[in-house]
Design a protein around this ligand. Structure first.
Ligand code: NAP
Length: 252
């Protein structure tokens, strides 16, 4: 394993895509702060990283809590190192058709994806601009293009694309890039929960999705971790403000 003094912060790192991203960035040589609602839930990821010879810190915070985010980022800077990479991955779904969608469903999704990404980016940007180097990667989705039953989630994921492009414009001169990854169907607890909500066995939902995907399979968290690894790397310094669809086909 290569070593670096750089620190990466991954939100929603306790499971799913975030857990794989955290482990991949650690394998790339970053010290990794695994951030999630429940600090104890990040233990497995932290132990896996440390077991492989890396450095990691579990941090429990709700990314939509302004004071909590500020305190969490300050703790990461003090205990692990000043953030050089931020991956805004924490996410939730509250799917419903528009006429049945509650204000709470709308607000909850906006709070985690948009407010959370804004608060995290605002809290880390000072360290990155001071260092003259930084990488911000925001998790969008193919749902940004529109998805039945996801008016809230689609709006948030499309909003993250505009947010990303604006960060790229503002922070580029300080050596900080900002990009978005828009995954298609990835096998995680989020998509398993969607299957359950629809009353369809997960295997059936996956098979149906795979049949529509040009490469003939659904995605896995490591597919997204690989793309994050590229965008977080030294060599990607001239890639900024982009939305990379990682969906097994030309989704955009
Ligand atoms: P997941 O398995 O549901 O994991 C999401 C993680 O985020 C969970 O550990 C969750 O914690 C955490 N989280 C939720 N709200 C949070 C908050 N307010 N503060 C901190 N952490 C919070 O989801 P995933 O499938 O890995 O998705 C990861 C990201 O990729 C999300 O942004 C999602 O929208 C996006 N994405 C996923 C897919 C897909 O097909 N899976 C496709 C496109 C985009 P708890 O367990 O405590 O709730």
């Amino acid at each position: 394993m290569t070593t670096t003094s750089r620190t990466a912060v991954v939100t929603g790192a306790a499971r799913g895509i975030g857990a794989d991203v955290a482990k991949r960035l650690a394998a790339d040589g970053f010290a990794v702060a695994a951030v999630d609602l429940d600090e104890a839930a990040c233990k497995t990821v932290v132990e896996a990283i440390e077991g492989a010879g890396g450095r990691a810190l579990a941090v429990g915070v709700d990314v939509s809590d302004e004071n909590g985010v500020q305190a969490a980022v300050e703790r990461i800077a003090a205990e692990l190192g000043e953030p050089a990479v931020l991956v805004n991955n924490a996410g939730i779904t509250r799917d419903n058709l528009l006429f049945k969608m509650s204000v709470d469903d709308w607000d909850a999704v906006m709070d985690v994806h948009l407010r959370g990404s804004f608060l995290m980016a605002r809290a880390v940007q000072g360290y990155m601009t001071k260092a003259g180097w930084g990488r911000i990667v925001n998790l969008s989705s193919t749902s940004a293009l529109g998805n039945r039953g996801q008016a809230n989630y689609a709006a948030a994921k499309a909003g993250l694309q505009g947010f990303t492009k604006t960060l790229a414009l503002e922070l580029g001169r300080f050596g900080v890039t900002a990009n978005a990854i828009a995954p298609g169907f990835i096998e995680t607890e989020m998509t398993a929960a969607t299957a359950e909500r629809m009353g369809v066995p997960f295997e059936e939902l996956k098979a149906g999705a795979a049949a529509q995907i040009p490469v003939g399979r659904t995605g896995k968290p490591e597919d997204i971790a690989h793309a994050v690894s590229f965008l977080a790397g030294e060599g990607a310094g001239f890639v900024s403000g982009q939305v990379l669809y990682v969906a097994g086909g030309p989704q955009a």
